[in-house]
Every structure is written in C-alpha cells, then in structure tokens.
Design a protein. Structure first.
Length: 409
C-alpha cells in the first residue's frame, strides 16, 4: 500500500487525495458547527449546574434549557415552547412517540407505518408485532419511493392507535406528503407521528399549522452534538413517558437535562433556520451538479427516487454490476466519505431495504451509493468526486465477475 493509503493498481493515476478528506455522508451525521461548540464549552466547564437545583448555578442552567426550548419551538413552528420535549436523539424521540402513544391508548392494538422507515421506527414496529402482540400494517411505496395518502386511508381501522411515517427518507431523500397524510389520519381520529430527523434543517417547518401530533428531530443531523434531540408533542396529545422517575420535561421524560447539548441544539436550530435558503439553493445546486456529472460520466447507472420531491442535499445512485461496499472502500481510500444507506444498518451485508421496497432489481440495489451534502460542502469537493468516481467504477467493473443471467456476483 502506498504512503497515502491507496491500494496500488486500483487507485493508480487518480488525482491527489484531499488532505482533509471530503465528507459527503451528512445524512449519517454532521460536523458540529463552531457556533454550537462555542455555546457548549462554557456549560461543560464553568456553568455546569443542575437545572433542577435552587441555587444560582442551577438557575443559570435552567435558563439555558428554557432559551433552547424556545429556539427549538420557533424553529419547528410550534405554538408554544412547552410542546418541546428534549430527548437523547431521533431514536428515543421515535420510540417515545410510538410506545408512549400505544401506552396511552391500551385498548387500541393496531398501528400503521411503511416499509421504508428508518430502523428506529421499522425495528421498533417489528418488535411490537413480534413480542408484544400488536398488529402492524407496513405500507408499500411506489417505484420512485413515494407514499400515496390513499394507501394510508385504506389501512386505517377502528383500533388504529397511531400512524408513523417519515417526512424525508434518509437513503433517497424522497419526501412524503405529510400534510395530506395527516389530514387522512386526523379525520380518522388516530395519532399522527412523523419522523422528521432528515427533514429538520433542510425544509421549512410550521408544525402549529400542520396536521401532525408528534414530530421527532435529532441534533447531530443538523450540526449539533450527538446524543441530543427533541420531540414535538402537540398540546392535548396523550403520551405516556418511557423514562419515569423525575419531574423533568413536564413529567414526559425523567432525568437531568443534558444542558450543554440542549443549548447547542438551540443554537443549531437558529443556524439551520437562517440557512434554509442556502440549503435549498446552493446545496441543491451542488447536489444536482454531482448527480448529473456522475450520470453523464458513468454508463449503466441511475439515480433512485423521485427526482423532484426530495431533500435538496441527497442523491442516491446505483451502479450496475458492482457492489456498493467495494465502491465505498475505494472512495474512502481516495479521501471521500459516502454511504450505502442508513448508518444504523451499515453492519449488514443485505441490500437496502428502502431500494428493495421500491422494487429495484438486485443489480441496482447492491451497487447503490448515497451522497448527502451539507452547507459546508464545496464545488471543488463535488468536482473531485465527479473526476474520481468514474475511474473507480470502471476499474471495479473490470475485476468484478458477473453473470447477468443468474444475476449474482
């Protein structure tokens, strides 16, 4: 192996590897914004009081939590700060929304979700079905990853407690029409939970005027720290806590608040709100430049998902006849970080459950790569990937045996 970590032969002749690397896996996690770090450090080192304490150290911490709650509420378009419950992240928010609702309505044993949800929802729903006797309807999507609200309406039953769907798919970026779906759910009288982890910070939100009862976000998807998130709980929505003990979060989530990270989340929400125009103009332009450049330069590849109704930062591209793991390994050695799908399933060699649910053939699901940009992505980074990846694909195809009739590698 050469001094810069490249495998001889396969990467020979490629442009010089970027010294700092190129990070295009922002749907997995984002860098922590400098402004967030600056907010957090004093709360870890100087103003470290417990928000529940009566002294001035506690009062300072309590003020920070209250300020952050207002910032998150404003960012999400909530009617009031009391509708925000701080959590440890998206997975806890989704679990609290789903299990907390089911416990609030013990007589109702049916819930509805989709086949393309994040593992935080999909895995939980399978667990509820298998081990706790709930009846779960897993809805299908079309070949572009879209969910028809009429499909949701047809699945609702008198004993449906909850409908849980994502606003934006983490692998393809495809958006669900949560406004139309929410109208259907509300008319039926069920609770509507939206996994908003990928949408927050990339799309404008106005939850007060959306037919959504519960909405989960995660800090590390929008340049805050890992280990912090929030669940919007519309006033009047019945919800039982998962973590019981203290009075924190109005009795909806016990435990001393993670003050520094919560304050950082508030700052990150302000930054995201101020950066929405850039996200939907400049980041979208870079995403399109990357996608169009790869499709033009590489034969036998395609972009997956609805080309129009999707996140501005995400593209999912499949390359026929090669495996995504090989592409990712060589991209990494060339200094580029990307993904084959959700980071929560990266330990599995199974093809993407999202692409399989969309009906993509084996030759495409096994060779899919997700690129997800951020406001820190640059045109030079995009152009480097457009230059390097076609050569990687070409070389991998030369050494990858493939029998098209058997459709196996």
């Amino acid at each position: 192996m050469s001094a810069d970590g490249r495998q001889p032969g396969l990467l020979e002749g490629l442009p010089p590897r970027p010294e700092a690397g190129i990070y295009l896996d922002n749907n997995a996690t984002t860098s922590v914004a400098p402004e967030v770090v600056a907010k957090m450090v004093p709360l870890l080192t100087e103003h470290y009081g417990n928000p529940s304490s009566m002294h001035s150290f506690g009062a300072r911490a309590g003020d920070e939590v209250a300020t952050a709650r207002q910032k998150v509420a404003t960012f999400l378009g909530a009617a009031q700060p009391s509708e925000i419950v701080f959590t440890s992240g998206g997975s806890e928010g989704d679990n609290l929304a789903i299990v907390g609702t089911l416990h609030a309505y013990p007589e109702k044993r049916h819930l509805v979700t989709t086949e393309v949800e994040h593992p935080a929802v999909l895995g939980l729903c399978r667990e509820l079905e298998k081990r706790h006797g709930y009846d779960v309807t897993f809805l299908k999507v079309d070949s572009a990853g879209r969910l028809d609200p009429a499909t949701v309406a047809a699945a609702l039953r008198p004993d449906t407690a909850l409908v849980s769907v994502m606003m934006a798919n983490n692998e393809t970026g495809v958006l669900f029409d949560v406004n139309e779906i929410g109208k259907v759910v509300r008319a039926h009288g069920a609770v509507f939970h939206v996994d908003g982890v990928q949408a927050a910070g990339k799309l404008p939100l106005d939850l007060e005027h959306m037919p959504v009862d519960l909405f989960a976000i995660s800090g590390h998807k929008l340049h805050a720290a890992k280990g912090v998130g929030a669940l919007y709980v519309r006033k009047g929505t019945k919800l039982r806590p998962l973590i019981v003990g203290g009075h924190q979060e109005r009795g909806r989530r016990a435990g001393t608040e993670n003050v520094a990270s919560i304050a950082g989340l508030g700052v990150a929400c302000d930054l995201a709100a101020n950066g929405l125009e850039r996200e939907n103009v400049e980041v979208r332009r870079l995403r399109d430049r990357l996608e169009q450049g790869l499709l033009a330069a590489i034969p036998d590849c395609q972009a997956n998902g609805d080309p129009d109704y999707r996140l501005p930062n995400t593209t999912n591209v499949s390359f026929r006849y090669i495996e995504g793991e090989g592409i990712l390994l060589l991209l990494d050695r060339a200094g580029v970080a990307a993904s084959s799908g959700s980071a929560c399933t990266s330990g599995s060699l199974e093809p993407s459950h999202v692409l399989r649910a969309m009906g993509l053939p084996f030759t495409l699901t096994h060779g899919s790569i997700r690129f997800s940009l951020s406001r820190y992505s640059t045109e030079a980074e995009v152009d480097y990937v457009i230059e390097v990846l076609p050569r990687i694909i070409e070389r991998l195809r030369l050494i990858t045996p493939f029998n098209e009739q058997r459709a196996t590698f």
